[in-house]
Design a binder for this molecule. Structure first.
Ligand code: ATP
Ligand code: MG
Length: 207
């Protein structure tokens, strides 16, 4: 059965779409690549064209076919399905989260974002918060560290910094030029996600 990761959270612009594609790209960029399928659910998002992309993506922006997409994908044992949740459809996301092996809630370094992430963590007791675009510069990182302390240590993933050029990961024309630019941080994120599901690359290798 395929493994499923969902990125959710009621805060818009926290990085759900970007990190969903970053994990897909990271899995597809491993030394032994793991097949990944990113499911786009956000009505406003464009589904990136396949081209040379190292992972698959599928359109479920209508919200009608998520169940069918998942049922089909679930038959593929060595596949990771990554659902890009949408801030504006919390009901559908909650239903999908019930099926997920890993729930990730990205948040950025603001009091409002941290507050919303804490509420989402309460709603999804098995979820992890992902500090995203996290400040690493001296001067901003002390304040950011204080914000981070509000989230219990065992409920968060390692922080993800602002990754140069990652904002263009969905761009069909730029992707081929950028593939190797952000492969390393994407691999780190992908391996961390596998670890949180008690999986490793070996679990996806042909026996
Ligand atoms: N780690 C990162 N490094 C660099 N840019 C990032 C990172 N995470 C997010 N971004 C950028 O921040 C912006 C918002 O991210 P994104 O669109 O992924 O958020 P979202 O949660 O999917 O938003 P929405 O709720 O509207 O669907 C985008 O321009 C994206 O490319
Ligand atoms: Mg989005």
């Amino acid at each position: 059965m395929a493994k499923t990761i969902i990125l959710i959270g009621r805060k818009g612009g926290s990085g759900k779409t970007t990190l969903a594609h970053a994990i897909g790209h990271g899995l597809g960029s491993l030394h032994t690549p793991i097949s990944a399928l990113v499911v786009t659910t956000e009505a406003d998002s464009e589904v990136p064209k396949q081209g040379s992309r190292r992972y698959l993506s599928v359109d479920d922006r209508s919200g009608a076919s998520l169940q069918a997409v998942l049922e089909k994908a679930f038959d593929h044992e060595k596949l990771v399905v990554i659902i890009d949740g949408a801030a504006r459809r919390p009901g559908a996301d909650a239903a999908a989260a019930d099926l997920a092996d890993l729930i990730l809630i990205p948040f950025t370094a603001s009091r409002q974002d941290v507050g919303l992430a804490l509420m989402d963590l309460e709603r999804f007791p098995q979820a992890y918060a992902v500090p995203n675009r996290w400040p690493t510069h001296p001067g901003t990182k002390e304040r950011a560290a204080r914000l981070l302390n509000a989230i219990p240590h065992d409920r968060r993933m390692p922080l993800v910094p602002a990754i140069p050029k990652l904002a263009d990961i969905c761009d069909h024309e730029l992707y081929p030029q950028l593939v190797s630019e952000f492969a390393a941080p994407c691999r780190t994120l992908a391996v961390e996600a596998l670890t949180r599901m008690n999986l490793s690359v070996q679990d996806f290798m042909d026996s």
